[in-house]
Design a protein. Structure first.
Length: 1053
């Protein structure tokens, strides 16, 4: 009898993931749900979020185990001396279940699994807790009653002193080991048995090594058995098609290592999961929003789970792919709140940003997922932020090397499968679907292809509806529900329907991506008050030769719309709770013919081949897609026959857009008026724009484009508009048939219009209206114009006047001063030509040249001040402090221009200069060159001079110098500076004497002033060639003036 060893255990599996709402119904949709509370009654009613059940224990692993003994051969006769074949039978124990015994066979070698009542044993095994392995025990006995008066046990174990097989089966990776045998590994460690025709038998051949009379007399004779152990019907508690063993412990390699770590990928054995690997060629990848939309649709699925929360968790593994055009921390719920959040493109579904009504972002301003900044301060910038990741980064999701540029329109080609093989891990195929986004070849009419009931998808369009549609095929759906035809049924409101493959059209524009029955509320759950969260489970049948406009398809669904072809051959889009105008005789409204029978071919969409038909007697049935998905999911990954592909393929993005256009065809008319007329240059001009919808459909995205005159700027509007340059594009949201809407646009008439034109000018605005979702039935009245005459004014002003002047001017040595005047234009006209005149006035003893200057300031613009510089030469003729004043006046150049406020056109500024007396000094009197040693005192004489002596303009008495205010050094440190610096007289006083004149020989008999200085304090260096003396002296009249004199030097050390 085999040993009953307890099953081995593996480490505890990770805790189960929370329900499917954990990601896409998390931060974004919780906020969105709050926003929906603001909606009008009957539209997008707020449902309560599902309350997750308390954490439950993981389900036990259960499976059907089959042990097949495919071949038996005995090598030794079990009873010594008795010539017989033997009467052999097996005993098998699987797990902790009861022992099973096989039939007796009398033969020395036979195919045990193919005989009548074969040696094949089946057992249901359930592993509790974290158990992942179970024992399998196998004995082969000879019934003939041996020497020990019991059936003899044959030796089928290759181990010494062990005659039975004691095996352990790993339920995670379908391998088994024991008694030096193993199966399921690469390369195979043990071969199968070989029958007498040379055919392999069993997974592994167990051959006894011979243990005579062990453990009892007659036991232990050698035999061989070909063993096959398989499992099937693995438990799947949540019925999602992924076995509990994978969701709890991951897909394992034969060596027990992790191949696909589903627990870490948030698989939940108690909540339905669908895993998808997304590969892509550059430029074909979907957006973050598109994937989130599909994940939300699955999360909101009306399917129950063992964890108590409804929905399916869709895991789209896009690897490291992030959407550079997405936004970190986008505003939530802006496409479901009834508000025009950005004031530019209409409210909710009318806005192009809100094509998806649930996860779209209406006031999307700028992509922030590639700017290197953590914009929403969640600690995760750009591709680290979940708001930027296209799907989930689960370790797969690969860019492919090159676009396929193929056309998989009826079947998947070799290149598709080669691409899948190169990029998708083999073990993943046990649990993952595969979608490849790439480009199609020229002329290819496929938008994508999906295998029906399989796992393969190729997409040539990147919208959410395309992925949802193809996943529907993988989950057992077709274009008419379970059936492929008839396509385009009005009462089949599902993304599987080609009349709405992008999504189910919503009242107010946009769509929702869903299967039938479609969500009414954001989460598809009832908001209470006996109101539904979804459409009817199955919409009523429609018989084309027995239609009645008095009957609505779903009286409680005023959000979702259905599509049909009316009797006037117009495609109509109608809320499910409104009466359909089947015969098409009431384009401005809905069905108005009551119970009268109508006969109409209603499921033919013009131009869509798969919907083309001429019948008027079809019976069109509704369908519950989600119920079909529920029934199909448990067996979706079990293998079997190759899955069929959808026929025909998914419409292209262009075809889907064309159908969307047909659903919203209507007739719009437009009017445009202006005020004031005429208008002044630089002032604002206002236009009133009005539109009327004449039907037959509501215009869900009514766009008016106004081309303003080429000259105007800064357009603004009271409407929901986008302004780009001089183009104002306004989306008025939904304009129902028979209604009128209007708004105004204003723009700045350029301040330079008259300036550039040389006089008044007539400008023209043109407006055009378009229904973005479809063509206009009468386009002739979609454009109108308005002419306006522009006339011209400008308030010019001086805003600043700043003088730059020297502190000191040496008499006889003119200096330069300047005045910088800032002039500005306060408008409204701009630019404008002006004249700036500046006049100088100064104290006696100073001349300013030129005294007056007029400079044109052309093209003076509003907001762009100009600076004009008035440069003058200052010449002193007498010593002392002098005042200089500069007066400026700004005027318009052209007499016909008007300045409304001349009081700000003048400015005055003044400054003071010190007129300095030049004198003669002699460094080292009586010697030349004038050598100065930096280490010894230097002697110099300030010379008393007459007018004209040495070319000096004024007489100077050197004995009048105030030595206490006298410095000797470099000119640049002494002159024209507020803080002169140099050496002071060593003795603190002058030494009057008749010193040598500049010829170094002559003493002219007047009294000069000799002084001594330390060169080391003067600032002189070995490179200096000139030294100056500056100070104060008292004139004969008692005035104190400044003097400056310089002489050449040669500095030595």
């Amino acid at each position: 009898m085999p040993n009953s060893t307890p099953p081995s255990t593996s480490p505890a599996a990770p805790a189960a993931a929370p329900p499917s709402l954990r990601r896409c119904l998390g931060r974004r949709l919780v906020a969105a749900a709050a926003a929906t509370a603001l909606l009008l009654p009957g539209l997008w009613l707020l449902p309560g979020l599902p309350a997750p059940a308390a954490a439950a224990d993981p389900p036990p692993l259960a499976m059907t185990v089959t042990v097949s003994l495919d071949w038996f051969e005995r090598f030794e006769v079990p009873d010594d001396g008795i010539a017989e074949e033997g009467e052999f039978y097996p005993e098998v124990k699987i797990g902790d279940n009861a022992l099973q015994t096989g039939r007796i066979v009398s033969d020395d070698a036979f195919h045990a699994s193919t005989i009548p009542n074969p040696w094949v044993f089946t057992q249901q095994v359930t592993l509790s807790g974290v158990q992942t392995e179970f024992p399998v025990g196998i004995q082969i006995k000879d019934e003939d009653g041996g020497a020990n008066f019991a059936d003899d046990r044959m030796d089928i174990s290759p181990q010494n002193q062990d005659i039975d097989l004691n095996l352990t089966y790993n339920a995670l990776n379908d391998t088994w080991t024991g008694d030096s045998l193993a199966y399921g590994f690469t390369p195979p460690p043990n071969p199968p048995c070989t029958d007498r025709q040379g055919n392999p038998q069993g997974q592994v051949c167990a051959v006894g090594e011979g243990d005579p009379n062990f453990p009892n007399a007659g036991d232990g004779k050698r035999a061989a058995v070909g063993v096959t152990i398989t499992t099937s019907n693995h438990s799947d508690a949540d019925q999602d098609g992924i076995a509990d063993r994978y969701e709890r412990f991951g897909v394992r390699n034969p060596d027990g290592s992790m191949a696909v770590d589903l627990p870490s990928l948030q698989a939940n054995p108690l909540h339905k999961d669908v895993f998808v690997e997304l590969d892509y060629s550059d430029g074909s990848q979907p957006s973050h929003e598109a994937i989130q939309v599909v994940e939300h649709a699955f999360a909101a699925a009306p399917l129950s789970n063992p964890d108590g929360a409804d929905g399916i968790t869709l895991h789209v593994d896009s690897g490291g792919l992030h959407d550079t055009q997405a936004m970190e921390g986008p505003p939530e719920g802006t496409c479901t709140d009834g508000l025009d959040n950005d004031g530019l493109n209409g409210a909710d579904g009318a806005d192009p940003d809100c094509r998806d009504r649930e996860l779209g972002v209406e006031d999307f301003k700028v992509a922030t997922c590639s700017n290197g900044i953590d914009d929403d301060t969640d600690g995760r910038p750009d591709k680290q932020d979940p708001d930027c990741i296209v799907g989930d980064n689960l370790g797969g999701g690969n860019p492919i090397a090159f676009p396929l540029n193929n056309c998989d329109d009826t079947e998947f080609d070799t290149e598709y499968y080669n691409t899948k093989a190169r990029n998708m891990q083999l073990q993943r195929r046990k649990v993952f679907n595969y979608v490849l986004y790439t480009t199609r070849s020229a002329g290819c009419a496929a938008g994508g292809l999906g295998s029906i009931g399989g796992t393969d998808i190729i997409l040539y369009r990147a919208d959410a509806g395309g992925l949802m549609h193809e996943l529907g095929h993988n989950l057992g759906l077709n274009h008419a529900g379970t059936d492929a035809k008839p396509n385009c049924k009005p009462n089949y409101v599902s993304v599987m329907n080609y009349s709405m493959s992008e999504g189910i059209p919503r009242v107010g524009g946009g769509h929702v991506v869903d299967f039938s029955p479609a969500r009414i509320t954001l989460f598809g759950r009832s908001p209470g008050n006996n109101l539904p969260g979804r459409s009817r489970e199955v919409l009523p049948d429609l018989k084309e030769d027995d239609l009645h406009e008095s009957i609505v398809l779903d009286p409680q669904d005023g959000v979702n719309q259905f599509v049909f072809l009316d009797g006037a051959r117009a495609v109509r889009t109608v809320p499910l709770n409104r009466n359909p105008d089947w015969n098409g005789d009431n384009w401005p409204g809905f069905g108005d013919d009551g119970d009268a029978k109508q006969i109409v071919n209603i499921d033919a969409i013009p131009g869509q081949a798969d919907c083309a038909n001429m019948t008027t007697d079809e019976l069109l049935t509704g369908h519950n897609d989600w119920a079909r998905v529920k029934d199909f999911m448990p067996n979706r990954l079990t293998g079997g026959a190759a899955a069929a592909t959808e026929d025909p393929p998914l419409p292209t993005a262009e075809e889907a857009a064309r159908i969307r256009g047909l659903r919203n065809t209507t007739d719009l008319t437009l009017a445009l008026t202006d005020a004031p007329d005429p208008v002044a240059a630089g002032e604002r001009l206002t236009w009133t724009v009005g539109v009327t919808n004449n039907g037959p459909n509501s215009s869900t995205s009514t766009q008016i484009t106004t081309e303003l005159p080429a000259d105007v700027t800064d357009p603004t509007t009271t409407g929901p508009c986008l302004v780009s340059g001089r183009t104002v594009t306004c989306n008025l949201s939904e304009v129902p048939q028979g209604t009128h809407r209007e708004y105004t646009i204003s723009a700045q008439v350029p301040a330079d219009l008259v300036y550039r034109n040389g006089g008044p000018k007539t400008i023209t605005a043109t407006s055009t209206v378009a229904n973005l979702a479809g063509p206009d039935a009468q386009p002739a009245d979609n454009t109108t114009t308005s002419d306006t005459r522009v006339i011209a004014k400008a308030d010019v002003r001086i805003t600043d006047a700043r003088a730059t002047s020297p502190l000191e001017v040496l008499i006889g040595e003119p200096a330069t001063a300047s005045l910088e005047v800032t002039v500005a234009n306060a408008g409204p006209s701009s630019p404008i030509d002006t004249l700036l005149t500046t006049t100088a006035a100064a104290d006696a003893g100073v001349t300013v040249t030129p005294a007056t200057q007029t400079a044109p300031q052309t093209a003076l613009r509003v907001g762009t001040p100009q600076k004009a510089t008035y440069a003058v030469q200052l010449a002193c003729t007498s010593p002392g402090l002098k005042q200089v004043r500069l007066d400026s006046r700004l005027a318009l150049k052209n007499a016909e221009d008007v300045d409304p406020d001349p009081s700000n056109n003048t400015a005055s500024t003044s400054f003071r200069i010190d007129c300095v007396v030049p004198i003669a000094i002699n460094v080292r009197p009586g010697g030349f060159p004038n050598s100065v040693n930096l280490n010894t005192d230097a002697t110099l004489a300030a010379l008393t001079t007459r007018v004209g002596e040495y070319g000096l303009p004024l007489a100077f008495n050197a004995t009048a110098i105030d030595v206490s205010q006298t410095y000797w050094g470099l000119r640049e440190r002494l002159f024209n500076t507020a803080t002169p610096a140099g050496a002071r007289e060593v003795h603190g006083r002058g030494h009057p004497s008749d010193s040598y004149e500049l010829d170094e020989r002559t003493r002219d008999g007047d009294t000069d002033n000799v002084m001594h200085f330390k060169p080391s304090e003067s600032g002189l260096t070995l490179a200096s060639t000139r030294a100056c003396l500056k100070g104060k002296y008292r004139a004969a009249g008692g005035q104190v003036y400044t003097f400056l004199g310089c002489d050449s030097v040669r500095v030595v050390n």
